[in-house]
Structures are given as C-alpha cells and as structure tokens.
Ligand binder design. Structure first.
Ligand SMILES: Nc1ncnc2[nH]cnc12
Ligand SMILES: [Zn+2]
Length: 338
C-alpha cells in the first residue's frame, strides 16, 4: 500500500462529523424525478441526464437558480422524510457519525408548503436514523439572505412551536449584496431564544461580511470563510475567538470559488491556526459527499496525515455535540491516527 493509499484508506474509514450540509442540496436527480412523478409536478428537464448536464455553474447564483427549481417538487412530509433519510443512509456509508444540517424554510413556504410539513419530515428522518444508524444530529434553520429581514422574522415566528427541535440558525443564499448586517435584529432575537448562530460568509462576499458576522452578530461558527484569508487582522481575530470554519472543497471547485483543489485555501487555513473542517455543502450538485471531498483532497493536494487528523478533530470540536459524545469520537480518532 503506498503512502497516499493508506492515507486515503484512513480518510475513508475515520469517523466524521458534517457541519455544513443543505438538505435540499442532497436531492439526487433520480430521487427528484421519482418525487416529481409521485406529486405530479413537471420538471423543466425531461430526463435525469438532461438535468445532470445542466449542473455547470460559473458562480453561486447559477447554482442557486437550479437548487430552488429542484426543491420545488418537495410538497409533502413524506418527501422531506425521504430526502433526509436518503442523505443519512448515504453518509452512513462514509462513516459520518454526526450531522448538523441546514434546511431553508422560506424556499418551501413561498410555494405554500407549511413549516410543520417541512420540519416534521426532516426531524422524523433524523430521529429514525439516530435510532437505526446511530447518527447523532443538530438541526439548523437557515434564513434566505436575498429576502428581507421581515421575512426572516415571520419564519422565526413559525418556528417557535418547534424550538426544541431546532439547535441553531443560519444565513444562506446569494451572498453578494446581502451582508450579515441586514439581519442583525433577527439574529439577536434568535440568540435571546438560546439558538446557536452560524452564517455563510466569505464564500463570494468580501472580508467585511465576515467582520460583520463576528462583530455585529457574534456568530458561533462561520460557513465557508474562504475570503477571510484576504485580511490578516480578520484571520487573527477568528483564530483568537477559536471559531470553526465549515469549509467545502468540492463546492468551491464547482462554484468557481477556486480553479483547482491545489490552490484551495483549506491547508493554508490550518497552517494559520484556523479551525477548518471538511464538508459537502450540496453534495448532489457538487459531485460528492463527505468521503468524495476527503478523497479529492488526498488525491489532488499534498495533504498530510497530521492535517487530515486535525480536520477530522476540528469537526467534532466545532460541533454542537455534548462534551461526552465529542470526547468519545475524538478518542477514536486519536487511536486511529496513532
Ligand atoms: N453554498 C451555498 N452558499 C449559499 N447558499 C447556499 N444554499 C445552498 N448552498 C449554498
Ligand atoms: Zn452552504
């Protein structure tokens, strides 16, 4: 076995936590067509192959246009259950033992699908997979940043009966032109309700947006954060605060945030002392789940065993898991990498 083969083997087998995953981004074309047919909804594409051929993106917005179209076939609780369960079964194969997943309520409310329908389906699958597959979870409700703050507040109101099921809130969708400061009030309200906060920042947006996430909102975690590296003071602040970055290598490649994985900043982040993690973001659209992301890093970069270990540990340390469960997974990782 060569060095990179054994590293790959270790990467595939190690226990993993996924902290940046949009459940609507796990909608595989085959399942999308099946649910569309079940619900008698027409898709814009006439075959799975035609849909897959459309997955060529030049930027985030190109992707989002297809992402919102794709999710439009989700109508019933069973649809949300099936979507979530398919993802959980899939990542169980990748030795993912803990997930913290986003859902986009406004992307469904706008189509007349109630908050109850969405969350009952998603949460039901998470609970069943916890029992049957042993995958622990946290659920994150994400606000769409291209909409206004009033819409986020309305969504929060709908979520209030389900706060026991929701661990945190996020901010996603089109980043440029929609800075975190637009949502200061709603996030402060969420924090007062005891919810954790994470936020997409610095995926396409400038370092200023990451500063706002830190200073104006006081986030617990940052999703992506790539462009934070443009500002050395910002890097020092993220490091001092010990914030976790949920980085998404294949997503960045597919959305042209980077041209190749060799120039992906994840290893620089580690060298700078930042708590970077590996995540799949929207795996059905970006060509890979957790193990595909790790495999790509092993194959295309000179990632070391120490870096791999650090990435795996960072995910558990940056998770919102209880200390005992976290320590259990960290001990397993320590043993595997000894
Ligand atoms: N990578 C991403 N960035 C922003 N919003 C998203 N929604 C789903 N995936 C996203
Ligand atoms: Zn994302």
């Amino acid at each position: 076995m060569t060095g990179s083969q054994s590293l790959l083997d270790l990467a595939m087998k190690m226990p993993k936590a996924e902290l940046h995953l949009h459940i609507e981004g796990t909608f595989e074309p085959e399942q999308m067509f099946a649910i569309a047919q079940r619900n008698q909804v027409a898709l814009k594409y006439d075959s799975v192959d035609a849909l897959k051929a459309a997955y060529q993106f030049e930027n985030l917005q190109d992707f989002l246009d297809l992402y919102y179209q794709g999710m439009s076939v989700l109508l019933k609780e069973q649809d949300f259950y099936d979507l979530t369960m398919a993802y959980l079964k899939r990542v169980h194969e990748d030795n993912v033992v803990h997930v913290e997943i986003f859902f986009d309520p406004q992307g469904h409310l706008s189509r007349g699908v109630s908050f109850d329908t969405q969350i009952k389906g998603i949460y039901g699958a998470l609970k069943d997979a916890e029992r049957d597959l042993g995958i622990t979870f946290k659920l994150i409700m994400s606000f769409l940043r291209h909409l206004d703050e009033a819409s986020a507040f309305e969504t929060l109101k709908l979520a209030k009966p389900y706060l026991d099921w929701i661990d945190g809130v996020g901010l996603d969708s089109s980043e440029l032109g929609h800075p975190p400061e637009k949502f200061v009030n709603v996030f402060h309200e969420c924090q007062s309700l005891g919810l954790k906060v994470t936020m997409h920042a610095g995926e396409e947006g400038p370092p200023e947006y990451v500063w706002q996430a830190l200073d104006d909102i006081g986030v617990d975690r940052i999703d992506h954060g790539n462009r934070a590296l443009e500002d050395t003071n910002l890097v020092a602040t993220i490091k001092r605060q010990g914030l976790t970055l949920t980085v998404c290598p294949l997503s960045n490649l597919k959305l042209c945030v980077v041209d190749t994985l060799v120039e992906h900043p994840i290893r620089s982040m580690l060298r700078l002392g930042l708590n970077a993690t590996v995540n799949s973001d929207d795996p059905a659209y970006f060509g890979g789940y957790m193990n595909d992301n790790f495999a790509a890093l092993v194959k295309d970069t000179e990632i070391t065993k120490e870096e791999l270990y650090k990435l795996a540990c960072n995910a558990f340390e940056g998770s919102w898991l209880d200390l005992e469960t976290r320590s259990k997974h960290l001990a397993t990782l320590k043993e595997m990498f000894a």
